[in-house]
Write a protein that binds this ligand. Structure first.
Ligand code: N7H
Length: 480
């Protein structure tokens, strides 16, 4: 069984949050840092701690108490540069050696593999904070700004920030917030997010119907399923087990521009030939780019009309496989964001004569939170972004080359993926996160071969790869 007291809480359960601060730091004094980190360990919320918090939240709701239960959750992770600074041998975390994205860091990976736009100096066109050497990331989540700000101050004090005792320097702290009111749980384009994450064998006791549960090692280092690309198990140093890699991306979203695009390109008729109003045609276009309606209902099950009841039913809203759709984009375009990033039966049950490709090792655990303000009236009328907003994208996996990097590079940025279709048209890039010349087919259900070009709606402005160690790893090795 998994040791839930040894695993950081965000990995398996997700820290409960209405708001969350991402605190990026550099280590300035190694000896002091170890001492301070030792004092931080009791603050760290484990999976067991999160389960207790969730019980408290359920109890609060059941008894119809007003407001939210005050709580915070702290987790910590380190970049390769951080381990180097600390003098810790992290080679077992980078089985690909000098090619390993954890070792090169995301700044290099962004321009060599992820396809991020770059500047004339060869560096990615990022917020300057992410061009600095980031050694670690502290996540602080909670139910209110007050709780999280208080906790952040406490942690800064603990690390002596702004004093002679300082062991770290704050590079940047970014606050994310769940969106207000009815938009809670929806990302800035308006789509419900956080529906599909892998269920974990031995941890999720009654997983909802959907993709098959994955071995714990898809997420956790040193567990069954923590494999190299060739399927053989990774060998991790003892301190580096029960941890997970955190791929962070600072992604800005062009929301008014996205809305304008939908408005300008409404789909004329649904797949049954019914004429759509311009609004309904724009909604269908958005749903076909994402693969779900804004409500969260998957278009594989509700192809031409939103179904809010389906969307709200956890027993049904992730139970689809693009079945019977091989070689067809009628219900869902091949390049739709959720089909690109989790192709389900496109690879696992391909057309007869082609060997299935298991995608267990490609599953990622998505966390993350929205940042930035709601759209202003002026942005709405001008159709132009005036305030930065988007997603603090974060996902966990036991291997970045198998997980995030693969999804971005080999799937989202690859116009020929998924590969087994015999249509004359290519699927195209992921319309949201694909880097390159963004165009996709399949948006018009009655003219699948028609290709629609689109601008960049999501702009990467930073990121790094981190490793979130176990509590034992923190106590006995990193802080020792
Ligand atoms: Fe994506 N969006 O609002 O359109 N994503 N995503 N994502 N995403 C998903 O099923 C979004 C990004 C995945 O199992 C949903 O829970 C936005 C990156 C994966 O069926 C929505 C951004 C990567 C899934 C969005 C963004 C992924 C997924 C449907 C950036 C990895 C699950 C909700 C600003 C490289 C697929 C749900 C599955 C779902 C959106 C980024 C991957 C609505 C706005 C960078 C694996």
């Amino acid at each position: 069984p998994l040791d839930l007291d040894n695993i950081q809480g965000d990995l398996l359960s997700g820290l409960p949050k209405k708001t969350q601060t991402y605190f990026f730091f550099a280590i300035t004094n190694v000896a002091k840092f170890r001492h301070h980190l030792h004092k931080l360990v009791p603050y760290i919320k484990t999976v067991a701690g999160v389960l207790k918090d969730r019980d408290a939240i359920d109890h609060h709701k059941k008894n119809k108490h007003p407001g939210l239960v005050p709580m915070t959750g702290v987790n910590i992770s380190f970049s390769h540069k951080g381990f180097v600074k600390l003098g810790i041998d992290d080679s077992s975390l980078a089985p690909l050696g000098d090619e390993d994205p954890f070792k090169t860091g995301q700044q290099v990976d962004a321009v060599t593999n992820l396809g991020d736009p770059k500047k004339s100096d060869g560096k990615p066109d990022w917020d300057s904070h992410f061009l600095e050497d980031i050694h670690g990331l502290i996540l602080i989540s909670g139910e209110s700004h007050l709780s999280v700000e208080k906790k952040e101050l406490e942690i800064e004090l603990l690390f002596g920030v702004h004093t002679l005792e300082a062991s770290i320097k704050k590079i940047i702290a970014i606050r994310g917030d769940v969106r207000p009111g009815a938009e809670s749980g929806h990302e800035h384009f308006g789509f419900l997010d956080g529906i599909s994450n892998p269920a974990i064998i031995g941890f999720d006791k009654n997983p909802d119907p959907g993709p098959v549960p994955v071995q714990p090692g898809v997420l956790l280092t040193g567990q069954n399923g923590d494999n190299k690309a060739d399927g053989t198990p990774n060998t991790r140093a003892p301190w580096a087990t029960d941890g997970s890699f955190l791929a962070f991306r600072y992604l800005f979203q062009q929301v008014p521009e996205f809305d304008e695009f939908l408005k300008k390109n409404p789909i004329a008729k649904d797949g049954n030939g019914n004429v759509l109003t311009p609004e309904a045609g724009s909604d269908l276009l958005g749903a076909r780019m994402v693969g779900r309606w804004k409500s969260g209902a998957p278009i594989d099950l509700a192809p031409f009309k939103d179904d809010p009841v389906l969307a709200a039913d956890p027993k049904r809203n992730n139970d689809f496989f693009f079945q019977g759709e091989i070689n067809s984009q009628l219900r869902c375009p091949f390049a739709a964001h959720v089909r690109k990033t989790n192709p389900r039966n496109d690879l696992e049950a391909p057309p007869s004569g082609i060997a299935p490709i298991p995608i267990e090792s490609r599953r990622i655990m998505r966390r993350g939170i929205q940042f930035g303000p709601e759209l202003t009236k002026h942005e709405n009328t001008s159709g132009k972004t005036e305030h930065g907003r988007g997603l603090l994208f974060a996902c966990y996996q036991s291997s970045i080359p198998n997980g995030f990097q693969f999804l971005q590079q080999s799937w989202a940025n690859n116009d020929k993926f998924p590969p087994f279709e015999t249509q004359p048209e290519d699927p195209g890039l992921d319309p949201l996160i694909g880097q390159g010349v963004r165009a996709m087919s399949g948006l018009d259900p009655l003219a699948e071969q028609k290709v629609l070009a689109m601008p960049q709606f999501i702009i990467p402005k930073g990121g790094e790869y981190f490793f979130a160690p176990s509590i034992k790893g923190l106590k006995d090795t990193i802080a020792a």
